[in-house]
Write a protein that binds this ligand. Structure first.
Ligand code: CTP
Ligand code: MG
Length: 228
């Protein structure tokens, strides 16, 4: 179900141009199959369910036909652009191809099961005036900082793991990416922060896990089964 409570478009960049070295396999990670469908198709559907109205999917060069097939059942319009050598470069190429819309989400194709509430929460926070919004979850493992030969426990109560989709006021994302000018950042919120924009945190979800290693695909299969 596609839901967009306001008439304003909400556009998204789905980065899918990585090769998925850690996952392995014969095809790029974004077209690996989860419960019968490619990851990228799950990701686009999850964004659409939360209110995204159109997507730019950033893919590896020469893989346009593969992604065209993978997106055949998309509930919203999509366009493909070729990505770059790093995630940040792939996002920049997506920005250059964005359709109209003042709210822009940037999402990893590798997070196929992000719940609708997380997508809605990100969009709402941007609509409420935030320049940059990130969904986060607490850290459940005990964390140690290794220092020289020893190590110390870090207080994890103040730590958060950052997920996607991240949400942006279009001007902030465009301005910050242009200002990054080759400098490398860990995510798009950090790109905005370096440009002086405040980053707002909203609740993420364990179900928005990133498919990184084969184990993650098994967890995702279990989540889909549980939802059904
Ligand atoms: N990505 C991208 N362009 C790149 C690198 C990454 O669009 N040059 C995308 C991936 O397709 C993925 C997201 O960024 O959806 C998060 O990256 P990651 O999980 O690291 O995916 P890969 O880079 O594909 O995996 P790996 O690092 O194991 O090769
Ligand atoms: Mg990578």
């Amino acid at each position: 179900m596609t839901q967009n409570t306001s008439a304003e478009p909400v556009v998204a960049i789905v980065v899918a141009a990585g090769s998925g070295v850690r996952l392995g396999g014969e095809v790029p990670k974004a077209v690996r199959v989860l419960a019968g469908r490619p990851l990228v198709s799950w990701s686009v559907e999850a964004l659409a369910a939360g209110g995204v109205t159109e997507v730019v999917v950033v893919v590896g060069d020469g893989l346009q036909d593969m992604f065209t097939d993978a997106l055949a059942d998309s509930p919203i319009p999509w366009r493909l652009v070729v990505g770059g050598a790093t995630r940040q470069e792939s996002v920049a190429r997506g920005i250059a191809a964005l359709p109209d819309g003042d709210v822009v989400l940037v999402h990893d194709a590798a997070r196929p099961l992000v719940p609708v509430d997380v997508v809605r929460g990100v969009i709402e926070a941007v609509r409420a005036g935030a320049s940059a919004v990130i969904p986060v979850v607490g850290v459940s493992d005990t964390i140690r900082q290794v220092a020289g030969a020893g190590s110390v426990v870090v207080d994890r109560s103040g730590l958060r793991a950052v997920q996607t989709p991240q949400g942006f006021a279009r001007d902030a994302l465009v301005t910050a990416h242009a200002a990054a000018n080759g400098r490398d950042f860990t995510d798009d919120a950090a790109v905005c922060e370096a440009c002086g924009y405040e980053v707002v945190l909203v609740p993420g979800s364990r179900e928005a896990l990133k498919i990184t290693e084969p184990h993650d695909l098994a967890v995702a299969e279990a989540i889909v089964k549980d939802r059904r």
